[in-house]
Design a protein around this ligand. Sequence first.
Ligand SMILES: O=C(O)CCC(=O)C(=O)O
Ligand SMILES: [Fe+2]
Length: 217
Amino acid sequence: MLELIPRERRTLAPGVVHVPDWLSLDAQRDLVAAAQGWAREGPGARRATLPGGARMSVETVCLGWHWIPYRYSRTRDDQDGSPVQPFPGWLAALGAAAVADAYDESGVDYRPDVALINSYRGDARLGLHQDREELAPDPVVSLSLGAACVFRIGSPEHRRGPFHDVELHSGDLVVFGGEHRLAYHGVPKLLPDRDVSDIGTAPGERINVTLRVSGLP
Ligand SMILES: O=C(O)CCC(=O)C(=O)O
Ligand SMILES: [Fe+2]
């Protein structure tokens, strides 16, 4: 992408850091290829069903722990019941590097054991929610690939805002933790008209890789 004005790294709120272009193009391509492999394995990615019966518009595949609204399981209970795919060591190392860079701390002890890989296409969006099925206080790492989007994040207390709306582009990193670990956040819309380098995503598709520490035994 031609970027005349470099986008600045920003702390949006205490514990919430946006680092534009954190992943190199090669790293983005590798992560997209990995995501496509995970999405094909076994029963594949699925649109999860919410407790009220509505289905999510985002397609998700999980690593380490299978997330079903709103709990974790070691097995894909809403699919074929097979064991969730393992969480790879290289992805944990990437997560630790992400937290170290975002928080400007060396030697952080960040050991994610859950990944949610979300694929957004067309009108897919993600409503405001908290990531709160985890028992550990460690931050959430989010990596964006492919189409740009608007990412909305507020505070843990107020579902109705105020919010920060930030454009996430391919390769961007967001870390949210500390006092904003339970902040409401979501993806109100894709911005598919923005230029995207060819990293292997489908036309107009956005993939998000979210890493978390479950704190589960
Ligand atoms: O796609 C994103 O940027 C956010 C994903 C997210 O919030 C989640 O998977 O819980
Ligand atoms: Fe989330």
